[in-house]
Design a protein around this ligand. Structure first.
Ligand code: PLP
Length: 764
């Protein structure tokens, strides 16, 4: 297709004007239509088996650039726009970011769809079409507020399919309407689909904030991702949403199986279902139910489903492993209850250990352990980084590993370098083309050839220049879109962007900021200015996480108002951190903060994006940081802190005897730590914010500190100061950058997906 000509035709047809006379919004819609036409003309890939990737989240980000690239017309479109005086970046600004995910888990699902299509494999995503997304974050008075985040416009990536299914809820049937988003594969002529189910009559957005009547169903089934579950109505709504997704998805699977002319007794020959975390776990009993309704015996149905479904575990945090009261399922989907009982009975008959039962009694109630359902009746259980899988096998899921050793396998996460390098860092991508040849784009392992330039001064210079340019660009966008707040592009950019959670330890990062602040106030100026950038949303009901945001925003105010400190230290927190901001900040990063408490971050994927873009990791030996450290070697990463075995041991001791194990008080009393923690309740800070919130945080850190920030804060401070000092040797730093990019090919999600296909899906 001649992109320029088609752009002209569409601009004329839609707006009666030449592209040069169109506004950015009009050109966005022209390009959207053009891209959709090309993607929809592509056939679906064929194979013996087809994958359905079920996920509550798909954090797909803006799609225009990504799809232009996948369709092979990125450069052509950019040139055509340039010829009429337009910029693709300005046009992409118009695109609303779909708000279909929360953090890493949802972004992983999006990277996976991209890679499945790029490898030409038959695999579609299945999820929900949330109208208002997670939420849009706003800061007022140094606090987070939540607003709806609507993203669906008249022209959008959603393709109405006309396909509908009836979901049989306890209160009556609800129609599920299917919308698709095309997923064109880079380097292939095919396109897969992201299937998003929606209700027939979605509710309008709440007028203010994100509170709504959670019993107003079905209208609110697809309003928000993860509605507040601090009350029972909220928890029930999550189960309604999950069943809506899996019932419609299971019906879609059987419809497509039927269209292929295959009987339900051949399900596992033709279908693989990947269950991304436990949210879609009810797909197992639902498929059993539907197969039985199509005439299979219970034995046959269970066997087929058990050879079809595979489960990915994403966390060992106990509170994140879903357990639902059976009464919830009785209410939402009563037809599943006898099936879950039957599955439980079968599992118990084979494995009498009550710890591995699906149904367990807790406080007189029967509770369904969703992960147990997945492990007994799925054929694969995978962790998402080498360390995480070992922890699953050795502690968290040990009893299951003893029963089913062959089911367990590791699939270290990856990210699509098309979005996270080619699109977000075109200058670095161009340099890589020159150094290692453009083949790295299809085969990221070729990035290792960059090592040939380890002592090549012009290339090292160029890496530094590109980083400096990216920092200036990020600073400009920050000033434009974040209330004029200016970053100092000559400072070290030290960035921690990810969901806010105590285990990720943004609070420890804040303690370092306090440490620097106090040093500067005492007359000890640092070697060079540092800009500490945060980005994080806190779950609306997660009080401690909101306190940590408050602390960061108070520190920002404190430092902005202090002329003695301001030249040396900046704190910035991006409002409404999302994929778009990730694409802006990651290429501009010098130091990548990956400081979770060892054993708690299953993998992380932010760490991989930063690494590919030449940031140097400052991190604990947690999740995929361990693999990053092995790949780059000790000179090219800063690791610190307690190891995972020690941390697991501390928790074990605590479980046996509350007076044993980690005692935050002991660390708080250390002379280097106490002043940092006590600063939280100093008048300098409390006068700027909410004293009660800061006090609550102080109390938590000094008496509980469940994620052990005080355990590691001294080692963290030392490692971080060392990194900032090393930054001054520009040539040596450039080499660290080079090694990180060169070794990042392993973390391409193309590699991850090839492994899933080889070991689990076998799509043929
Ligand atoms: C990659 C990504 C994440 C995951 O970051 P982690 O550091 O792995 O937690 C979260 N949010 C967005 C927008 C991302 O792009």
């Amino acid at each position: 297709m001649d992109v320029k000509q088609r752009m002209q035709e569409l601009a004329q047809a839609r707006y009666g004007r030449e592209p040069a006379q169109c506004g950015d919004g009009e050109l966005y819609r022209v390009l959207l239509q053009l891209t959709q036409e090309l993607a929809q003309a592509r056939p679906a890939p064929q194979g013996e088996r087809k994958l359905y990737y079920f996920s509550a989240e798909f954090l797909i980000g803006k799609l225009l650039s990504n799809n232009l690239l996948a369709l092979g017309i990125y450069d052509e479109a950019k040139q055509a726009l340039a010829q009429c005086g337009k910029s693709l970046a300005a046009i992409e600004d118009v695109e609303p970011e779909p708000s279909l995910g929360n953090g890493g888990l949802g972004r992983l699902a999006a990277c996976f769809l991209d890679s499945i299509a790029a490898l030409g494999l038959p695999g579609d995503g299945v999820g929900l079409n949330y109208h208002y997304g997670l939420f849009k974050q706003e800061f007022h008075m140094s606090h987070q507020f939540e607003q709806p985040n609507p993203w669906i416009e008249d022209d959008s990536w959603l393709i109405p399919t006309g396909t509908e299914f009836e979901v049989p809820f306890g209160f009556g049937p609800v129609k599920a309407r299917l919308f698709d988003i095309a997923v064109p594969g880079a380097n292939t002529g095919i396109a897969n689909r992201l299937h998003l189910f929606d209700v027939e009559h979605p509710a309008p957005a709440p007028r203010e904030g994100i509170d709504f009547d959670k019993t107003d169903l079905p209208a609110h089934l697809t309003s928000f991702l993860y509605p507040d579950d601090s009350d029972e109505a909220g928890r029930l709504l999550r189960v309604y949403q999950q069943y809506f997704m899996v019932s419609a998805g299971a019906q879609l699977i059987l419809k497509e199986l039927d269209e292929r002319g295959c009987g339900p007794e051949t399900l596992s020959d033709h279908v693989a279902v990947q269950i991304n975390d436990t949210h879609p776990s009810m797909v197992i009993p639902e498929l059993v139910r539907l197969l039985a309704a199509r005439g299979l015996t219970m034995d046959q149905a269970v066997e087929q489903v058990s050879k079809t479904c595979a489960y990915t575990n994403h966390t060992i945090l106990a509170e994140a492993l879903e357990k639902w009261p059976l009464t919830f399922i009785e209410k939402v989907a009563p037809q599943l209850v006898p099936i879950i009982r039957e599955l439980d009975a079968r599992a118990r008959a084979a494995h009498p250990d009550p710890k591995v039962a699906i149904l367990q009694g807790e406080e007189g109630k029967e509770i369904v352990h969703m992960a147990h359902l997945d492990i007994h009746f799925g054929y694969s259980v995978n962790g998402v980084a080498a360390l995480h899988t070992e922890i699953l096998k050795g502690s968290e899921l040990r009893h299951f590993y003893d029963i089913y050793p062959a089911k367990f396998n590791n699939k270290t996460n990856g990210v699509t370098l098309r979005r996270w390098l080619e699109v977000c860092n075109p200058q670095l991508a161009a340099l890589l083309d020159q150094c290692v040849g453009p083949e790295w784009r299809a085969d990221p392992t070729r990035l290792s050839r960059l090592m040939d330039y380890y002592n090549d001064s012009p290339v090292l210079e160029k890496l530094l220049d590109i980083k400096a340019a990216n920092k200036r660009a990020a600073s400009d966008l920050f000033a434009r879109d974040q209330y004029g707040i200016r970053l100092d592009p000559d400072a070290v950019f030290d960035i921690q962007v990810k969901r806010l959670h105590e285990y990720k330890r943004q609070q420890m990062n804040a303690l370092y900021v306090i440490h620097k602040y106090l040093e500067i106030k005492a007359g000890k100026t640092p070697q060079r200015p540092v800009t500490v950038i945060f980005g994080a949303k806190a779950a609306p009901a997660y009080v401690m996480a909101k306190h940590i945001i408050h602390l960061i925003l108070c520190l920002r105010r404190l430092i902005e108002n202090d002329p003695q400190v301001r030249p040396w230290l900046h704190v910035a927190m991006v409002e409404n951190y999302n994929v778009t901001w990730a694409e802006r900040l990651i290429p501009a990063c010098d130091i990548s903060e990956q400081i979770s408490l060892a054993s708690k971050e299953a993998s992380g994927t932010g760490n991989m994006k930063f690494m590919a873009n030449g940031a140097v990791t400052l991190g604990t030996l947690d999740g995929a940081n361990v693999e990053i450290a092995e790949l780059v070697g000790p000179d090219n990463i800063y690791t610190f802190g307690a190891g995972s075995n020690y941390v697991i041991e501390l928790y074990d001791q605590k479980m046996k005897d509350g007076a044993k194990g980690y005692q935050s008080r002991v660390y708080y009393e250390r002379p280097a730590v106490k002043p940092l923690v006590d600063f939280l309740i100093s008048p300098a800070l409390t006068s700027l914010g909410d004293e009660a919130a800061l006090k609550a945080l102080w109390t938590d850190l000094t008496t509980k500190d469940w994620f052990m920030a005080l355990l590691d804060v001294e080692a963290y401070t030392a490692a971080r100061d060392r990194a900032i000092a090393d930054y001054g040797d520009r040539a040596a730093w450039a080499r660290k950058m080079l090694v990180n990019t060169a070794r990042s090919g392993y973390f391409s999600s193309d590699r991850t997906i090839a492994e899933y296909n080889r070991d689990i899906w076998r799509l043929g």
